[in-house]
Design a protein around this ligand. Structure first.
Ligand code: 13P
Length: 341
C-alpha cells in the first residue's frame, strides 16, 4: 500500500472549493436519463455528452475529480486524448465506479438489496490504475420501508463495502465508500436519521476487520432527509443539523473527507443543504459534493443531443458546478441563483 500516493489522492479529492462530478451512470441509467430528453443512448452519444461536460471551459476550477463508468475510461475526448488522461491534464482526478449493481439479498424482505462486484475486483482495479484512475466508487443501497432495513441487510452491505475498500487500498486506489440510504418512501426525517446512524455505524465497525486505513478513505453519503412522499419536509437547517450529528457520531475524525450524493433532491435543495453543513464551524473533516443529477440536470435538458446546444449546456453545467463549489465553502446564497437566471 503506497500511503503517500493514497494520501495525495484523497487530499486532492476534497481540495477546498472543489467537488466531484459523478458521471458514472451505467448504460442502463444513462438510457433513462437520455430518454427523458429524447436522445438515443448510443455509445457515441454517451461519449459526446460526457465530452461536453469534461470540456466545459474553466470547469477545473470547481471539480477535483470525476467518477467514470468503465466504457468512458476507454473512450477519447474530442481532441483524441484518452478521457482519464484528458481529465488528469486539467488537474482533475479520474475515478471509476467498480461495483456491478445491486441484487435482491437472499432470505431478506423483498426489496432489500446487496451490491455485487467483488469477484475479480483486485485485477480490475490494477487495470484501472494503469488506465489512470486513482479512486474508485462502490454504491450500497439501503431502503427504508416496513420492517426495513433489516440488520442482515445493513451488515451484508457493510461487509461488502469493507472488502471492496481493502481491495482498493491494496491496489493504491482510494476507496470512496457509498452507503446510500434512499429517499424513496414516506418515512419521517427522524427515521432517516436512525437508519443513517445504524448504516454508518455498521460500516465503520466492518472496516477495521479488513485492516482498512481510515486515513486513506472517502465517505460518500446520502443526507438525512424525510422520505420524498412524507407529508412534512424538513427545513434546510434541520437536514444539515441531523446529517452532521449522525456523521459526527459515526465517522472518525482521522478520515480525510466526506462527500454527498444528491439522491433525487432538487438541484437547489442539494446546494442549499451542502451550504448549510459546510458553513458550520469546527467540523472534523472537509465536506463537499459528489453529485450526478444535481450537477447535470440543467445541462442535459439544455443539450438534448444537439451539437448546436453544446455551448449553452456547458454554461448550465458551469453554473451548477460553481454554485456547489461555493456551497462547499458555506459561501452560497439564494440570490446568486436569481442573478444567474
Ligand atoms: P446522484 O447525485 O444523482 O444521487 O448520484 C450520485 C451517485 O453517484 C449515486 O451513486
Amino acid at each position: 500500500m503506497d500511503k503517500q500516493l493514497l494520501s495525495k489522492t484523497a487530499a486532492a479529492m476534497v481540495a477546498k472549493g472543489k467537488g466531484i462530478l459523478a458521471a458514472d451512470e451505467s448504460s442502463g441509467t444513462c438510457e433513462k436519463r437520455f430518454k427523458s430528453v429524447n436522445v438515443e443512448c448510443t455509445e457515441e452519444n454517451r461519449r459526446a455528452y460526457r465530452n461536453l461536460l469534461f470540456s466545459t471551459p474553466g470547469i477545473e476550477q470547481f471539480l477535483s475529480g470525476v467518477i467514470l463508468f468503465d466504457e468512458t475510461t476507454r473512450q477519447k475526448a474530442n481532441d483524441g486524448t484518452p478521457i482519464p488522461e484528458y481529465l488528469s491534464n486539467k488537474g482533475i482526478v479520474p475515478g471509476i465506479k467498480v461495483d456491478k449493481g445491486t441484487v435482491q439479498l437472499p432470505l431478506a424482505l423483498q426489496g432489500e438489496l446487496v451490491t455485487e462486484g467483488l469477484d475479480g475486483l483486485f485485477k480490475r482495479l490494477e487495470e484501472y490504475f494503469k488506465l489512470g484512475c486513482r479512486f474508485a466508487k462502490w454504491r450500497a443501497v439501503i431502503t427504508i420501508g416496513e420492517g426495513m432495513p433489516s440488520s442482515a441487510c445493513i451488515r451484508a452491505n457493510a461487509e461488502v463495502l469493507a472488502r471492496y475498500a481493502a481491495a482498493c487500498q491494496g491496489a493504491n486506489i482510494v476507496p470512496m465508500i457509498e452507503p446510500e440510504v434512499l429517499l424513496d418512501g414516506n418515512h419521517s426525517i427522524e427515521r432517516s436519521e436512525e437508519v443513517h446512524e445504524a448504516t454508518l455505524r455498521a460500516t465503520y465497525e466492518a472496516l477495521p476487520r479488513y485492516n482498512i486505513s481510515i486515513e486513506h478513505l472517502i465517505l460518500k453519503t446520502s443526507m438525512v432527509v424525510a422520505g420524498k412522499d412524507h407529508s412534512r419536509q424538513a427545513s434546510v437547517e434541520d437536514v444539515a443539523e441531523r446529517t452532521v450529528r449522525v456523521l459526527k457520531r459515526t465517522v472518525p475524525s482521522a478520515q480525510p473527507g466526506i462527500v454527498f450524493l444528491s439522491g433525487g433532491q432538487s438541484d437547489e435543495a442539494a446546494t442549499a443543504h451542502l451550504n448549510a453543513m459546510a458553513a458550520m464551524q469546527n467540523l472534523p473533516w472537509p465536506l463537499t459534493f459528489s453529485y450526478s443529477r444535481a450537477l447535470q440536470n440543467p445541462a442535459l435538458k439544455t443539450w438534448r443531443g444537439q451539437a448546436g446546444n453544446v455551448g449553452a449546456a456547458q454554461k448550465a453545467f458551469h453554473h451548477r458546478a460553481h454554485m456547489n463549489a461555493l456551497a462547499a465553502q458555506g459561501k452560497w446564497k439564494n440570490e446568486l441563483e436569481r442573478q444567474a437566471a
